[in-house]
Ligand binder design. Structure first.
Ligand code: PMP
Length: 354
């Protein structure tokens, strides 16, 4: 039985990655040990860590003057670490308000420093990304590149004179990014990078100077940078799974993955746009390729659709509780067969099947 998992995260993983992890589970590279059992100080694990960083640097073309850190605490810990480390001059952070996750980032920062909103799409219920020039003179400007709940995405980085910090949790590695346009990029691993437990932080070297003296060791970016993410025990298995995911991307070619994402999201949007029953409300230029919310506009009918889909093995299509309706997350590991199966089920439901 094939199940297609449209969860927003933890999310579907590529089958070849799971098979590789399975084949290596009990005996990693002839060591007689599982990666789960390896010391983080062992050469075998240090090689995994180095290979993961090298693959990321290659695929995302990360310039040399950025550190790549593998941390814990989810993207959520970054909501606090960022202001604690970087908002040390003016003690002020600006935000672009694009909905739920940007607000969560702002609420946490507000526990430590002053916060401001320099642009917001609140007026159209977060169905778009704010347009127009943006000005900030805060310690940094924060934005959420892909909005997992609302299904919107930035397509261009705003030009500002202050460091730009971006939450890429739900779209990292779904398309190429120009890392040099950002000062910090961060992302939880459980969507496009691997399994829950690891958080990627890509940070420009010069920002490491900003951390104040009075801050505990784990919370400091400079600690992790100085120890190459081995200050304490890192999320070893999650890093290993990320290595396998990156190898999977490299083997088929990053371009192939990006093109597949374009095609798959385009075919789902094309169906939704001509459908009489289902619709997606996001402004066309700001539509996410990773998270696609849609609805019939009627709570009962949405519920019936979710049950119908589940009976046909299409799972985790329920929209976030704060948004309602449905949401299809089409991360890198979603096969085209999954999107085709979803469109077929949408059609059958629209034609009256229950
Ligand atoms: N930012 C975005 C854009 C997210 O989608 C999520 C999780 N869905 C988070 C932050 C929070 O991530 P975590 O659960 O890893 O803390």
């Amino acid at each position: 039985m094939t199940v297609f998992n449209f969860s927003a995260g933890p999310a579907v993983l590529p089958v070849p990655v799971l098979l590789k992890a399975q084949s290596e589970l009990l005996n990693y590279q002839g060591s007689g040990q599982s990666v789960l059992e390896l010391s983080h100080r062992s050469t075998l694990f240090e090689n995994i860590l180095q290979d993961t960083e090298a693959l990321l640097r290659e695929l995302l073309q990360i310039p040399d003057h950025y550190h790549v850190l593998f941390l814990q605490g989810g993207a959520t810990l970054q909501f606090s670490m960022l202001p604690l480390n970087l908002a040390t001059n003016q003690q002020r952070v600006d935000f672009i308000d694009t909905g739920s996750w940007s607000q969560k980032a702002m609420q946490d920062a507000a526990a430590f420093v002053k916060t401001g909103i320099v642009a917001s799409s609140n007026a159209d219920n977060y169905r778009s990304i704010p347009a127009g020039p943006i000005y900030s003179d805060a310690d940094y400007l924060h934005l959420t590149w892909n909005n997992t709940l609302e299904g919107t995405t930035f397509t261009d980085a705003p030009q500002v004179d202050v460091p730009l910090v971006a939450d890429f949790s739900s779209s990292i590695l779904s398309e190429p990014i120009d890392v040099s346009q950002f000062d910090v990029i961060y992302a939880g691993a459980q969507k496009n990078l691997g399994s829950a437990g690891m958080t990627l932080v890509i940070i420009k070297d010069e920002l490491l100077q900003r951390t104040p003296d009075r801050l505990g060791s784990y919370l400091r970016y400079d600690t992790h940078a100085a120890h190459h993410s081995l200050y304490n025990t890192p999320p070893t298995y999650s890093i290993y799974l990320t290595k396998l995911v990156l190898e999977w991307i490299k083997d088929q070619g990053f371009d192939t993955v990006v093109e597949r994402n374009h095609k798959q999201s385009a075919s789902l949007y094309a169906y939704l746009d001509q459908s009489v029953l289902f619709s997606n409300h996001v402004a066309l230029p700001d539509r996410s390729r990773m998270n696609i919310p849609f609805t019939t506009g009627q709570t009962d009918l949405d519920k019936q659709f979710l049950q119908f889909a589940e009976r046909h093995h299409l799972v985790n299509l329920k929209g976030h509780r704060s948004v309602g309706g449905m949401r299809a997350s089409l991360y890198n590991a979603m096969p085209t067969a999954g999107v085709d199966a979803l469109i077929a089920i949408l059609k059958r439901f629209e034609q009256g099947e229950r």
